[in-house]
Design a protein around this ligand. Sequence first.
Ligand code: ARG
Length: 616
Amino acid sequence: MCLGQSKIRLESLREKQYDIGQKGLVIYMKKILDLISEELKNAFEAAGYDRELGRVTISNRPDLCEYQCNGAMAGAKQYKKAPIMIANEVAEKLEGSKVFAEVSAVMPGFLNLKVKEEFLTSYLKEMAVAEKFGLNLPANPKKVVVDYGGANIAKPLHVGHMRSAVIGESIKRILRFCGHDVIGDVHLGDWGLQMGLIITELKERHPEWVYFDENFEGEYPAEAPFTISELEEIYPTASGKSKEDAAYKAKAMEDTFKLQSGVRGHRAIWEHIKNVSIADLRVNYGNLNVDFDLWLGESDVHDLIPEMVDFMKESGHAYISEGALVVDVKKETDTKEYPPCMILKSDGASLYNTTDLATIMDRMRKIGPEQIIYLTDKRQELYFEQVFRCAFKTGLVPEDMKLQWIGFGTMNGKDGKPFKTREGGVMRLERLIRETTDGMYQKISENQALPEAEAKETAKQIALSALIYGDLSNQASKDYVFDIERFASFEGDTGPYILYTIVRIKSILNKYTEAGGNVAACVLADAANAAEKDLVKELAKFNTVMESACEELAPHKICAYIFDLANAFNHFYHETKILSETDEAKKAGWIALLDLTKKVLETCIDVLGFSAPERM
Ligand code: ARG
């Protein structure tokens, strides 16, 4: 009997629709490797062996075969048989398979596999019409908060802020694309000593302002008495002074205290500081294509703190140590030191910890997430471990809550030290984006004459792809070298190369349409050559890659995938004269393939956080 024909009916890929799979996924389309493995498993079983031996992997010798199965080697001991004998028996059962064009048992017992073009075509046809290209969606979507960005009020964004924003944005989009219910929160630093410092400095400069008149009872002006550039100059000045002058620092601490305890004038001037700064942050994050659902900050949970403190005291976990209120977070199994988590300082003031814990309490009440993901640089590892332990121990979150911290590495210059401007200062994000965009504008202007407005917009898009892809293509936890010449190149593993590939496809599709063709009506056909088959196989990996990027919160996996996909496409493109093909059905098949490639690439860059222009 020929199993291939009886067990897998390609037409029935959709049969499994809305089955709940092992991981609680709604199985819409099986993964290509699972389908292939299933065929092998059936053959192992039919030959009298354990079906689990039939696991298939992508070949590590693409010159010999496309996929391979080493199950016969694994089964040799169990069945006391030479592996090649098992492999031969399995290969026999696969004769006439609808999936395989070639199955060969080779010494000492490998099964080398080549799949049929028709099998791939039918898979791709399903994929092309499936929602989200056949991605399996969760039966029970998770509610997730992504806490990223982490900007501080009145401090300009610098390159260090780019990683949190870009990685967090992509993780948010990946989770959302994969069917989860995701809320992004910027979690502004808007409440600590830095606020007091700014108020102190403003008071030094403008003691006559009504905000500082304690007897003032009227309405404060609606208009802020300063601009963002003034604010940005004030913070470093104040911070510098406080380091040298103890009396100044004491004033700043007092102003922080007054602000936090609700003194009217302090609150009013702080509102201005916050509004002016947020307006600027919106522009800057907007330029990065980063967008938050919530613009909450540390200050928003201030009023929750007393209640949280009571809760922690009542649960018996928080106690006074040297005047401060602390919670022990060390565990017996620890191999390193975990200092207690400080909830309130001895003067009653709250800390970074306090607001993070109160924010957890607030999110649990108002949003009720099952998972919170934080993005900060690697140096905050111990801090988050303390906060998480404290949240679990005191019962702020249930045991099955997932609190997850992703620490990212440093963005270094070519000298291996944290990235700086040419003059050696801290690089502001605004300047980085501007300089990259200007450079890109020149580059594309040399290539072709686009209308001014389009050239500007296109330069912006390509520059953003260079920055975002340059960052995301590295595993988040690793440090990386920021090399704008490399990132901005139209060749190699770069964002602009991906965009260039998309633009190339768009241009072919446009020409096809201009010549009277109807792209939407084109039907995929079986691959006619090796390059085309490679492209088809890359496309078929989409759901596998997206699912694993989502599970591992790993945007770099999507980058690696689209780089392979773009390479496969460009290889095919160079081997094939598409538009001059005279066999119309063949041409239409290619057009359909291009259209799908374009859509998959566009979907992927969208979850990475950038987009492609029409031409470049
Ligand atoms: N504002 C903080 C900083 O500049 C980052 C905030 C990160 N998020 C958090 N929930 N603690 O370091």
